[in-house]
Design a binder for this molecule. Structure first.
Ligand code: ZN
Length: 240
């Protein structure tokens, strides 16, 4: 089985399209999205439509909940809050229903999927250090779990002392447990403006973070035309 996993699309159609094109070429069997389908970018309807058409299995992120009023945007920064309000105004009733029914956690026998953390998933904690990762890994029943939320790809491996490894490619030995942050499709924040995604091959037993170049200017233009904060356009080219 080959999984294609990505996260934090954030209404960036141009980035999503590039990632889905590469994943189609990789002939993945199952597409997974770790949440934050909307927010920040200017194409919420197109992204939600495509994710549904491609039968992507998704969990809910904090921006998805905020856009439908399931989570207060009071604690969001002003740019994020402006995007939440604009996104809410763009959603059709069926988009709202789709976001409403997304689960917080999804799993099969091989993989667990959540947006922020397996610990209290409804509170969207950030996994930024080995200590938080160790708590999440202790709840994890599958060999692999995939998350997003920080927009920075990174690997955590469960061991007596949980270790944090730079995102790249790794083998997964039987009995090992890994927590993988797959980074962000639509708004990377690790200094690389290309869209991030992940491939997990259960036969080769390998996990790999990849990057897809996409027309950043096209996404920026739409953000500006929608009247969204200029900062949301500018940060895309910085990958920050
Ligand atoms: Zn996000």
């Amino acid at each position: 089985m080959r999984y294609g996993i990505f996260s934090d699309v954030h209404s960036n159609w141009d980035a999503l399209e590039a990632v889905l094109r590469e994943l189609r070429r990789e002939k993945v069997d199952r597409l997974l999205c770790a949440g934050d389908l909307v927010g920040y970018g200017a194409d919420p309807a197109a992204c939600l439509g495509e994710l549904r058409r491609q039968q992507v299995i998704s969990v809910a992120g904090n921006h998805d909940w905020a856009a439908i009023g399931k989570l207060s945007a009071d604690w969001f920064n002003p740019h994020a809050r402006a995007a939440v309000e604009w996104t809410a105004s763009q959603l059709a009733p069926n988009d709202r229903v789709y976001l409403e029914q997304l689960p917080l956690i999804w799993s099969d026998s091989e993989v667990t999927l959540a947006h922020g953390c397996l610990t209290e998933p409804e509170r969207f904690h950030y996994v930024l250090d080995p200590g938080t990762a160790a708590a999440a890994l202790s709840l994890q029943k599958t060999p692999l779990a995939f998350i997003g939320h920080t927009h920075v790809p990174v690997f955590f491996q469960a061991a007596e002392e949980t270790t944090c490894l730079p995102a790249g490619k790794t083998g997964v030995e039987p009995g090992q447990k890994w927590l993988v942050n797959v980074g962000s499709v639509g708004q990377p924040r690790d200094g690389d403006s290309r869209a991030a995604y992940c491939l997990y091959d259960t036969v080769q037993r390998s996990v790999e973070i990849r990057r897809a170049a996409y027309p950043v200017e096209a996404a920026q233009k739409k953000i500006r035309e929608a009247g969204l904060p200029e900062f949301l356009a500018r940060r895309l080219e910085m990958g920050a």
